[in-house]
Design a protein around this ligand. Structure first.
Ligand code: ATP
Length: 363
C-alpha cells in the first residue's frame, strides 16, 4: 500500500459525516467540511437551517448523533468545550457586568492562573487590537453596543485560540455600526491570523467578509466555495434564490429556448435588452450581434415586455416579463444608452444573452 498523500497544512476544522438529531428532527445532516488554518469562513443559511447547531457541535456544547469532529488534526468529537482550543463570541456579548473591561478581557488568563502583571499586559495588548486601549477601567454599561462587541472579541482572543466561533456577533447592531464592525472583524482576523468561523443569515455579510463559506439548507451543506464562486455559480436553485441577486429561469415554456428542462440561473448583468427589430444602433451596435443586428452565434433571444424600469445609482434595472410562461427576468445595464429608445413600462423588447451564461441548477 502506498501511504495516503498528506497535505502540507493541517486544517483548523474537519467534519466527517456529522449528524445531529433532536428527537425526530435532523438539525444537521451529514455535514462534511474542511476549514483551513487562518481562514475567515462563514456558515450562511436561513433561520432554522442548522448553523448554530453546527457551531455548537464544533464548540463542544453539543455532541453529534454520529460523525467525527477534528480540530487542528486532533479528534475532539467527545471532548467538552474546555478541552477544545476554541472560543465563542455570542450575539449578546455575555460580558460580566460587575467587572471592568480589563478584567473581562483578562478573564481566561485569571482562570488559567496567569499572574497579574502578565494578565494586565496581555489584556492591554488585546484591547489595542480591537482599538479600545483607553477603555480598560470602564464597566460594560459605560460602553456602546459596538464597543461591547469589541470587548467580547478581545476577551475571546486573549489566549490565542486556534479557532474563534462567532454566532451572529453583529446581529444586535444597527446597520451603520454593523458595517463598521464588519470591517473591524475583517481587520482583526487579518491582524491576528486566527481562524474565524462566523454564523450569519446575512448574505451580504457572508459574501463580503469570508474567504470561503458554506450555504446550509434544512440541515444540509448544499454548497461550499469562495464568495465569487457562490455568487457566480450557485449550485442549486435554493442557493441561487437565497443569495438572491440572480434570475431564476424556471418556467418550462421559457426554458425550452435554452436547452434541457430544468431551472437555470442567469445573472442580471449578462442580459442585453434590444428592440424587437434589433439593436437601435444597427448592425455594428455590438460585436456580439450577427449581420443586420440579428442574434450572434451562441446568443439566445427571447421576447418579452418591460414591467419596471428603475435608475439605481449608476445603473439601470429593468424587469421584463417573458411572453412565454410566467418568468420575469431582471436585467441590469450600466448605461441607459444601452437600452432601446422606446424602453418604458409596457414596451415590447427582446432579451439576449450568451447561451453559456444560463447555468443549470441542481434541485
Ligand atoms: P437561526 O438563524 O434562527 O439561529 P439556525 O440556522 O442557527 O437558525 P439552529 O438553531 O441550528 O438553526 O436550529 C436548527 C433546527 O434544530 C431548528 O429546527 C431548531 O428548532 C432545532 N433545534 C435546535 N436546537 C434544539 C434543541 N436543543 N432541541 C430541539 N431542537 C433544536
Amino acid at each position: 500500500d502506498r501511504p495516503a498523500p498528506t497535505s502540507a497544512a493541517t486544517p483548523a476544522v474537519r467534519l466527517t459525516a456529522v449528524t445531529k438529531e433532536f428527537g425526530a428532527l435532523r438539525a444537521v445532516d451529514g455535514a462534511e467540511l474542511t476549514i483551513g488554518e487562518g481562514e475567515f469562513f462563514s456558515l450562511l443559511g436561513p433561520s432554522g437551517s442548522g448553523k448554530t447547531t453546527l457551531l455548537r457541535l464544533i464548540a463542544g456544547f453539543e455532541r453529534p448523533t454520529s460523525g467525527r469532529i477534528e480540530l487542528a488534526g486532533r479528534e475532539v468529537t467527545a471532548l467538552p468545550p474546555s478541552r477544545r482550543d476554541v472560543h465563542t463570541v455570542f450575539q449578546d456579548y455575555a460580558l460580566f457586568p460587575h467587572m471592568t473591561v480589563e478584567q473581562n478581557v483578562a478573564y481566561a488568563l485569571t482562570v488559567a492562573g496567569v499572574r497579574k502583571p502578565e494578565r494586565l499586559a496581555r489584556a492591554r495588548a488585546a484591547l489595542r487590537t480591537v482599538r479600545l486601549d483607553d477603555h480598560g477601567p470602564r464597566r460594560p454599561d459605560q460602553l456602546s453596543g459596538g464597543q461591547r462587541q469589541r470587548v467580547a472579541l478581545a476577551r475571546a482572543l486573549i489566549d490565542d485560540p486556534g479557532l474563534l466561533l462567532l454566532d451572529e456577533p453583529l446581529g444586535a447592531l444597527d446597520l451603520q455600526l454593523r458595517q463598521e464592525m464588519q470591517r473591524e472583524l475583517q481587520r482583526i482576523q487579518r491582524a491576528t491570523g486566527v481562524t474565524f468561523l462566523l454564523v450569519t443569515h446575512d448574505q451580504e455579510e457572508a459574501l463580503t467578509l469570508s474567504d470561503r463559506l458554506a450555504v446550509l439548507d434544512r440541515g444540509r451543506i448544499v454548497q461550499t466555495g469562495s464568495p465569487l464562486e457562490i455568487y457566480d455559480r450557485p449550485a442549486t436553485a435554493f442557493v441561487a434564490g437565497f443569495i438572491g441577486t440572480t434570475n431564476l429561469l424556471r418556467d418550462q415554456a421559457a426554458v425550452r429556448v435554452i436547452g434541457a428542462p430544468g431551472t437555470y440561473s442567469l445573472r442580471p448583468e449578462r442580459i442585453r435588452i434590444v428592440a424587437p427589430d434589433g439593436p437601435k444602433d444597427g448592425p455594428k451596435g455590438s460585436e456580439k450581434d450577427g449581420p443586420d443586428g440579428a442574434p450572434g452565434p451562441g446568443e439566445r433571444c427571447v421576447p418579452g415586455r418591460i414591467t419596471e424600469i428603475a435608475h439605481v445609482g449608476a445603473h439601470t434595472r429593468v424587469v421584463v416579463r417573458l411572453d412565454a410562461g410566467d418568468d420575469r427576468l431582471t436585467a441590469v445595464r450600466l448605461n441607459s444608452t444601452d437600452l432601446p429608445d422606446a424602453a418604458r413600462p409596457g414596451a415590447a423588447v427582446h432579451l439576449r444573452w450568451n447561451a453559456a451564461d444560463a447555468l443549470p441548477l441542481r434541485d
